[in-house]
Design a protein around this ligand. Structure first.
Ligand code: PGA
Length: 254
């Protein structure tokens, strides 16, 4: 089975101490993950080492950066490269979250560079895609996300695309409390898998985890994750509350 993943995206929230406490609470629940299940915490840069040591040798628990820069190294004050992330043992990085696309003008082309750098430095990109409300209302969501994948991922050879995690996050569902229905999520995830299959073949497409993001919470996680093509979630708000995220992890398919 492809990996089933509960990924927490803390965004720009929590103090260091609150973050430590949250991790203690979640890890203290001692949820045993099956071999094909992963839990990933995407925390602010200054918390990465702390989160790594909290997670320790805990099986199938990992830490992610929320972003990286699209150049290898050099005079880019304030930015963090994938080489820097790799040097502190970070193994996952969110790439192309809609908030980065919206507020920092990240284009599909820049995101392709980030994906390349991640893969060249042993970091698994969690590549985000998803449409705004106006695009869905015009029924153009399939073409829109297809272009996002084509322009940022489809230059990759087969052996590299298998190392990418995709997160479908409709922008209208992020932080709004409005979740895509299971039918909408399944439909889009199946579509994403079909275009991956068109590019790389069915076997490779069947091995790629596609997460759903957008107002996932304890009360809807299990149902969403139960869809055949939904392989877990990328969770913002509800990942900041231990009891919520614990239930979300427990909602992963076995
Ligand atoms: P949300 O955020 O769960 O708060 O909607 C999801 C995300 O932006 O990754």
């Amino acid at each position: 089975m492809r990996k089933q993943i509960a990924a927490a995206n803390w965004k720009m929230n929590l103090s260091f101490q609150e973050g430590e406490k949250l991790l203690d609470g979640i890890l203290g629940a001692n949820i045993r993950l099956a071999p094909d299940q992963l839990t990933i915490f995407a925390v602010p840069f200054p918390y990465l080492l702390m989160a790594r040591s909290e997670v320790g040798e805990e099986k199938n628990y990992y830490v992610a950066a929320q972003n990286c820069y699209h150049k290898k190294s050099g005079a880019f004050t304030g930015e963090v490269s994938v080489e820097i992330l790799h040097s502190i043992g970070v193994t996952y990085c969110i790439v192309g979250h809609s908030e980065r696309r919206q507020y920092f003008d990240e284009s599909n082309q820049v995101l392709a560079e980030k994906v390349n750098l991640c893969l060249d430095n042993f970091i698994t990109p969690i590549f985000c895609c998803g449409e705004a409300l106006s695009i869905r209302e015009a029924d153009k969501q399939n073409d829109f996300v297809a272009t996002q994948l084509q322009e940022s991922l489809f230059h990759l050879p087969a052996e590299k695309i298998t190392r990418v995690i995709i997160a479908y996050e409709p922008i209208w569902a992020i932080g709004t409390g409005k979740t895509a229905s299971t039918a909408q999520a399944q439909e889009m995830h199946a579509y994403l898998r079909s275009i991956l299959a068109g590019q790389y073949g069915q076997k490779i497409a069947d091995g790629i985890s596609i997460l759903y993001g957008g107002s996932v919470k304890a009360s809807n996680a299990k149902e969403l994750f139960g869809c055949p093509d939904v392989d877990g979630g990328l969770v913002g708000g509800a990942s900041l509350v231990a009891t919520e995220f614990i239930e979300i992890i427990k909602g992963l398919k076995k």
